[in-house]
Design a protein around this ligand. Sequence first.
Ligand code: 4NP
Length: 171
Amino acid sequence: MTPALPAPRTPGRYRIALVCLGNICRSPMADVVLSERVAAAGLGASVEVVSAGTGDWHVGEPMDERAAVLLTKEGYDASAHRARQVDPAWLTDNDLLLAMDRQNLRDLRALGGAGAGADPERVRLFGDFDPREPGAEVPDPYYGGDDGFAEVLAMVERTADALVAALRDRT
Ligand code: 4NP
């Protein structure tokens, strides 16, 4: 079953961070698609979507060209993205942080350090909200072919729809 969205830290606002390894393939694709769905649902004023990578290799770069070409072909605007690295402050700034795979999730939770750490309700897998394969990882398409990007887009689109349905009840 799809988990409930954690309560917003500030009523009436919801901040979602999407996190992968490089922030040039999976999380930017999810960012573009979820942002588009949020705007189409009329939630743009209350929901903020951001993305970042756990690594810093691609900071400042645009999206991977294969991801951008596919998104553009499907009617999305991929041009504004510039890669960022996740900051530990994001763990408390965002209402929900969604990791693309289990390694990203471990790395993200480790940013919380040994103390109170990252709230497991707020830091979880993007795939926990995937209505078709709950708990699935979004596979890294970077070293593969175009099929991998198409698979990522399909997962991201259906999961973004599920997230927007849940956000309607939260904002
Ligand atoms: P992403 O894909 O985490 O979906 O952005 C990758 C991008 C770059 C690298 C690995 C994965 N890299 O090793 O540079």
